[in-house]
Design a protein around this ligand. Structure first.
Ligand SMILES: Cc1cc2nc3c(=O)[nH]c(=O)nc-3n(C[C@H](O)[C@H](O)[C@H](O)COP(=O)(O)OP(=O)(O)OC[C@H]3O[C@@H](n4cnc5c(N)ncnc54)[C@H](O)[C@@H]3O)c2cc1C
Length: 400
């Protein structure tokens, strides 16, 4: 296997790096460095900045406004994005519902929804999970009953990330109960959050953030034209989307950035104490995570190559998901360990309204490590829990 980049590829990387270094909005980078949650407006400004350069929909086909990049170019781009510690792209539009619409949607749906996803004019959220239907998603109970040219939707979605910001939600809903298998009779529906009968209720997570919600639907009338593909085939479409979601959750490039930053911090003596590099036990743990991450990077490259040749990411997306999130959580633990007492003082804004942003940054950004640690307990749960991913790997990869 040739592991060197060609001259063209290196030129591409240098061009991207130059733009990031010279033009990327400095305030967005500072927020991220400080571990401060960025606002809806700033998130949209960031995504529009990428879109203006044609760099937003890196996995989309060119005909719908994608980059047409090779797997290597995508890989190099993600490396550069991580190198400047750019915020995450909110995945629900561009990485999730977008590919479902351009793959299974009607021409009208493509025309109506794809340009606004590309330009981040519309914020999407994902309505799959329900109380009692997470891992066992096929047991979902939200109903959509056809009434003339509308579906009438009733039910509750939960853990809906950033629904408080969303203009639209894509949902898996039950359109028929008269089925042989529970996976049948489920449909994929696009719902305007402004429709009467939609209510969003916040769920505050352990570190004090408002990131997830319950979304209630009470006799919500949704035009039948918002059904994607065939009625009753939503499970098939939803599965394609989940594979894309899992591939993204691995965030290998970002874990590399965080490891490099931790290593750099470990080399500095802090407040008169010996640098952490002299703590052999800490350095052993750091090296073990680095080795795992390197191995995962090659799995990611293989998946990228499969996607580039037109295939949907297969069960290897489950490997990426569970190993990638185990690594993220191992890195979070190392950050907390490195920060020691200084991991604690971060207080979320809603509990400490007088705190200035600067006071929360703290020396060496350690103060963001505990909230990140608590927040990222989620990573082994969302996108399908890690236990479920291991079940998929044992069945489809190991053949057990
Ligand atoms: C922060 C966060 C954000 C989320 N965002 C969204 C979102 O935007 N949209 C959305 O639709 N969903 C979202 N989710 C929901 C997420 O997908 C579910 O939480 C997840 O699928 C697990 O489902 P559950 O919570 O019902 O847990 P359960 O399915 O009840 O699982 C509980 C435990 O049992 C284990 N378990 C269950 N079944 C098996 C089995 N067969 N074999 C082995 N172990 C098993 C699980 O691994 C888990 O540890 C989010 C979740 C979190 C935590």
């Amino acid at each position: 296997m040739n592991l060197t980049f060609s001259e063209d590829e290196l030129r591409f990387r240098d061009d991207v790096r130059k733009v990031f270094d010279e033009e990327f909005p400095a305030d967005l980078r500072e927020f991220r460095d400080a571990g401060v949650t960025i606002s809806r407006d700033d998130q949209i400004r960031y995504q529009k900045w990428l879109h203006e350069r044609g760099w937003f929909a890196i996995n989309w086909p060119v005909e719908y406004g994608g980059t047409g990049w090779t797997p290597v170019q995508k890989y190099l781009f993600m490396q550069e994005l991580a190198r400047i510690n750019a915020p995450d792209i909110v995945p629900f539009g561009v990485s999730m519902v977008g590919p479902v619409i351009y793959t299974f949607g009607s021409d009208e749906q493509k025309e109506r929804f794809l340009p606004d996803i590309l330009a981040s004019n519309v914020w999407w959220c994902q309505g799959y999970s329900e109380p009692g239907s997470g891992s066992d998603l096929a047991s979902l109970k939200t109903r959509a009953d056809l009434d003339g040219d509308h579906y009438v939707v009733n039910g509750t979605k939960t853990w809906t990330t950033l629904a408080q910001f969303a203009d639209w939600i894509f949902c898996l809903v039950r359109t028929s109960s008269d089925v042989a298998r529970r996976q049948e009779g489920i449909s994929f529906l696009l719902i305007d959050m402004q429709t009467p009968g939609v209510t969003v209720k916040p769920i505050i997570t352990i570190e004090g953030e408002h990131e997830v919600n319950e979304v209630h639907f009470e006799d919500v009338r949704v035009p039948a034209a918002n059904l994607v593909g065939e009625e009753g085939e939503g499970w098939t479409y939803g599965k394609v989307l989940l594979q894309h979601e899992r591939t993204n959750i691995a965030a290998v490039h970002y874990s590399k950035f965080r490891i490099d930053r931790l290593r750099a911090q470990a080399e500095r003596p802090v407040r008169g104490a010996a640098p952490l590099t002299e703590d052999r036990n800490f350095m052993r743990k750091l090296a073990a995570v680095e080795v795992e991450l390197r191995a995962l990077e090659f799995t990611e490259l293989r998946t990228l190559a499969a996607v580039a040749s037109g295939k949907a990411p297969g069960p290897e997306s489950s490997i990426l998901k569970f190993v990638g999130t185990e690594i993220q959580q191992a890195i979070d633990e190392l950050y907390v360990e490195a920060a020691g007492y200084y991991a604690l003082p971060f207080v979320p804004e809603q509990y400490a309204p007088d705190f200035a942003v600067d006071e929360r940054i703290g020396e060496g950004n350690e103060t963001a490590s505990a909230p990140r640690y608590f927040n990222f307990r989620k990573a082994s749960i969302y996108g399908g829990s890690n236990e479920i991913q291991k079940n998929i790997v044992s069945k489809h990869v190991l053949g057990l």
